[in-house]
Design a binder for this molecule. Structure first.
Ligand SMILES: [Zn+2]
Length: 345
């Protein structure tokens, strides 16, 4: 069943410390990989976990003179530097969000649930204390004035022990390191609190290790990074939807070259019946190819008209798969190998 971490946290389902450990481990494992590619997620929140949302993701900006949008991150999980109007931020904003989620997993309630950005900042300073002038170096004037004119607050981090019985010394230690020190995802993963989560994940949940008749064979790299970093240069010359469509088309064609296995629709799939009887494709829309019948609702007319001759059936299926990702299991390939094209899309 498809779900997300928000639904799980607000559900009555009991969550043990093992749950918290394995959830946090997986979040940090993914974040380490993302940050190694030079990408900030910028909108990490429970509702975005398990169901991926990279809609606001962008490449890390190394030039401080270039401003980055502040329209990021749901307020409850927003790092204080963003709340204070900083126009340059780093991957530590994602660590902040994950720290908030960690606290939420332990306490089953949102750590900083405020009605406004100002109140959000006040709740944060209640816990972490008044920031130093150095820490507010990149803050906007208004936010700095708000902090300076307010009461001077001492940190009250021990209050984190009251989140729940699962807030052990180890858990609170890691949580503090994430919220106040903003350690990297890599360093967080090295914390002893996550040892059990790592073991549990790689014993029965991962795809990087496998079991043989003699036992479990573990990967040599539990938390891999990517190399080289993600290159977003291709975006720089894109200025219209038409260009974006064109580049997607080119990408698909390039993926088809070489020894990659073409995809086909699997009529034996459990999802096939609902897919074929879907009301989104009307008989009057029926194009010559049965494949295109299935795919018409998912491709713009322009794309269909222009590309009908050029797209091979398998590439069209891939496009449709992208649009209809909910129909997992509908596609198969002849060798049953994991198809790199699906992975790529
Ligand atoms: Zn593994």
């Amino acid at each position: 069943m498809q779900s997300d971490l928000h639904k799980i946290i607000v559900s009555p389902q009991p969550l043990s410390s093992d749950h918290a450990k394995v959830f946090l481990y997986q979040i940090l494992r993914g974040l380490k990989y993302l940050h190694s590619a030079g990408i900030l997620h910028r909108d990490i929140k429970p509702g975005n976990l398990l169901i991926c949302d990279f809609g606001l993701a962008r490449v890390e900006e190394s030039d401080e003179s270039r401003h980055m949008t502040q329209e990021v991150v749901t307020q409850y999980y927003r790092a204080p530097e963003i709340l204070m109007g900083s126009r340059h931020y780093s991957n530590s904003i994602d660590i902040w969000s994950v720290g908030c989620i960690f606290a939420e997993l332990l306490g089953r309630r949102i750590l900083f649930q405020a009605q406004s950005p100002i109140q959000q900042l006040d709740l944060i300073t209640d816990l972490l204390g008044t920031p130093s002038m150095e820490a507010m170096r990149t803050a906007c004037e208004g936010a700095r004035t708000h902090i300076v004119r307010g009461p001077h607050k001492q940190p009250s981090l021990p209050v984190l022990y009251t989140l729940s019985g699962q807030a052990t010394h180890e858990a609170v230690h890691l949580l503090c390191r994430m919220l106040s020190k903003r350690i990297s995802a890599k360093d967080a993963l090295a914390h002893p609190y996550l040892d059990e989560g790592r073991l549990r994940y790689h014993t029965c949940m991962c795809k990087c290790c496998y079991t043989t008749s003699t036992g479990r064979v573990y990967t040599s790299d539990f938390e891999p990074v990517t190399n080289p970093k993600f290159d977003d240069d291709f975006e720089k010359n894109l200025s219209s939807v038409r260009q974006v469509k064109e580049i997607i088309h080119q990408f698909i064609l390039e993926q088809q070259k070489g020894s990659r296995v073409p995809l086909c629709i699997n009529p034996q799939s459990a999802a096939f019946k609902s897919f074929i009887s879907s009301t989104v494709a009307q008989p009057s829309e029926m194009p010559p190819s049965p494949l295109l019948l299935l795919l018409r609702p998912h491709l713009s007319n322009t794309l269909l008209d222009r590309e009908q001759e050029r797209l091979s059936p398998s590439s069209i299926v891939c496009v449709a798969f992208h649009w209809r990702a909910g129909l997992a299991g509908l596609l198969k390939n002849e060798t049953n190998e994991e198809n790199p094209l699906i992975t790529a899309l």
